[in-house]
Structures are given as C-alpha cells and as structure tokens.
Design a protein around this ligand. Structure first.
Ligand code: SF4
Length: 337
C-alpha cells in the first residue's frame, strides 16, 4: 500500500535554540503560521491521494511539541478529526528530543499518533555542543525511552557533516538510534545556509562542508547500519531539502539526487562484498543480481555508475540486474552461472 504523508509545516516560531546550521524560517519556508492554510493543505492533498493509499498528516518543519501548547492541541484536534472521519490513518510529527517529556507523551497518547520523529542529529555530546544544538545524547535516549513506554513509534533523524562530527560518530549515532528501538530513520547531510552561524564559521575557516562524495560515503555508512538492523531509512536528503521554500544554500553537498547517490553507493558496496566473496573461489561467466522491487535504478547506480564500476572491477563478468517481488528491502540475491 502506498504511504503518503501530508506535510503541514509548522515553523517553530520563537524557537529559543540557535542550532548553527538552522535558518529556521528559511527551512520551513513559512513565515507566519495560518491555521486555515493547514486545513487547506490537508484538503488539497486528500483530493489527489490515491483511494487505497495509507495517508498520514505530518507536522513537520519545526519542533512540534515545543510550539505554543494551545496551537499544538488545536492542530492535533484538527488532524484527529480527519482520522475520525476515516480520511487519514494517523498523525506524525517531528520534534526535538528535549521537547519530549511524560506530559507531552500523555497528550500525544490521546491522539492517533503513529510516530514521532526525533531530531537526534548526533549522539556525540561534543558534536551537539559545537552545533549549539542545546540538547544532549541523554535527552535523545530518554525521549526514545518515553515514547517506547507509551507505545508510540519513533523515527531517528540524524545529520552527517556537522561541526566536529567524524564518520565514526555518525556510525555510532546510527547504531544508537537502532538500539533505542526506532522504527525508522532519516539521514540529513549538512547544508550551509546563508544567514546561519555555520555560514559564518565556514567563512572564518572554522568549518569545512562535506563534498558530495564525502556526504554520499558517510551517509551510506549510516544507511548500512540501519539496513543491518532492519530499520528502514525513510529518506536521505539535504538538511532543509524536505521542506518548501528554503533559504539560500551556499555550500555543502548540493546535489539534486543525493538520496539516489547514497542508495546507489549502498547497493554498490553490498553487491561488491558478495561478488568479491564469490569470485575469490570461482570464475563465473555471468551473474544475475536480484534486488528488491523499486531499487533497480539504485542498484545500477545514478546514470549507470555502478554498472561502469562493476565492469571495471569484474572484467568480462556479464551482469544482469532484475527486480524481485519478495526480497526484503536493502537485501540482494545473486545467481551465478
Ligand atoms: S533546528 Fe534548532 S534553531 Fe532551528 S528550529 Fe529546530 S531547534 Fe530551532
């Protein structure tokens, strides 16, 4: 069944935090929140949603549980009305880990909340401090725990390329998100927006943005961790890229198909690992690579890059790529002849 999120962007107006990478208004692309607009957005999406789709209202763009409590409840009531009418199946939201406490969880428990997406970003305290994130790894652990106790699914959102963050920190962050019991993940390579502290840091030579290649490689590392724990990666996209509008991105791994590149890198590594194993023992003339439905182009690579790579690595080995219905996502089956 097709899953559709109806995104309702709720900028965290008056957000007291000052994350170095964030131009909050630019990210949300919405300057003043309008309740009628939110309802209109839902109606418009519902009008075009396929009848058999699983549709959820998703309060994204800010820290939903940190906004004015009255507005939060008004929005939840509005969304719950659509759930009651059978027009949507649930409600999800993104928020900061330190904006989850028992009281909030109790409120959310009164609504059809299917998942809370936590902006963990990193599980390294130094990285969080250097990013002026304003919360700790322990806040994230506690938020995951509280949601789990309340039976609310959580999604861990993490960033790669934050100040002071190394590849190992990001791998550990992904591992901790899995260990915390997240039912999904999102990976956001860091982008430098104009009018942010990160931009000033970059111009002062204190921060070096990731190249496209580095962002792909490091995101693929995190992706592999999620895949190995069967935690679906819902999306890999540039930070701020999920939302409309957006500020002026001045640096970072600015590639329009970054998510596709990361998935391609993931499959390239997986196929290489298996094929290296096989070809170290025998010399097959052909191999059929079966991949999960929907992942054929990722396995072949962006603009066929993986095909080119495999043909230079394995010479005359004939490779055929096919989709197979019953393969679990992020897995492959190789058939040699
Ligand atoms: S990213 Fe940080 S500064 Fe930006 S809205 Fe979220 S909490 Fe506030």
């Amino acid at each position: 069944m097709k899953h559709i999120n109806i995104p309702v962007f709720v900028p965290h107006m008056g957000c007291p935090n000052k994350c170095v990478f964030c131009d909050q208004r630019a990210i949300s692309g919405v300057r003043l929140f309008d309740l009628e607009d939110a309802a209109r957005t839902v109606e418009e999406h519902l009008a075009t949603a396929p009848p058999d789709a699983e549709v959820e209202i998703a309060f994204f763009g800010g820290s939903f549980t940190g906004i004015d409590r009255g507005l939060m409840i008004t929005l939840l009531d509005m969304a719950q009305g659509y759930v009651r009418d059978g027009k949507v199946t649930g409600i999800r939201m993104s928020t900061r880990p330190d904006y989850i406490d028992r009281k909030i969880v109790d409120i959310l428990g009164n609504y059809a909340v299917t998942a809370v997406e936590l902006g963990v970003q990193s599980m390294n305290g130094e990285v969080l401090r250097a990013s002026r994130r304003g919360h700790t790894p322990e806040d994230s652990r506690r938020a995951f725990r509280l949601l789990k106790e309340a039976g609310i699914a959580s999604v861990g959102q993490m960033m790669v390329g934050l100040p002071l963050s190394a590849r190992e920190d990001e791998i550990r962050t992904a591992e901790e998100i899995c260990a915390a019991g997240a039912s999904g993940s999102r990976i956001y390579p860091t982008v430098v927006f104009e009018n942010t502290e990160l931009c000033e840091m970059m111009r002062a030579g204190e921060y070096e943005p990731l190249t496209v290649g580095e962002a792909v490689s490091r995101s693929a590392d995190a992706h592999s961790v999620f895949a190995s724990h069967s935690v679906p990666c819902l999306r890999v996209s540039l930070y701020g890229g999920d939302t409309p509008g957006g500020g002026e991105a001045v640096a970072g791994p600015l590639h329009p198909a970054l998510g596709e590149l990361v998935l391609g890198e993931y499959y390239r590594r997986l196929i290489t690992e298996k094929l290296d194993e096989i070809t170290s023992n025998e010399k097959p003339s052909a191999v059929t690579v079966f991949v999960p439905k929907g992942d054929l182009s990722a396995a072949i690579g962006h603009k066929g890059a993986n095909r080119v790579y495999f043909s230079s690595r394995y010479g005359n080995l004939r490779m055929i790529f096919l989709e197979k219905e019953d393969i679990i996502r992020y897995n492959i089956i190789l058939e040699i002849s």
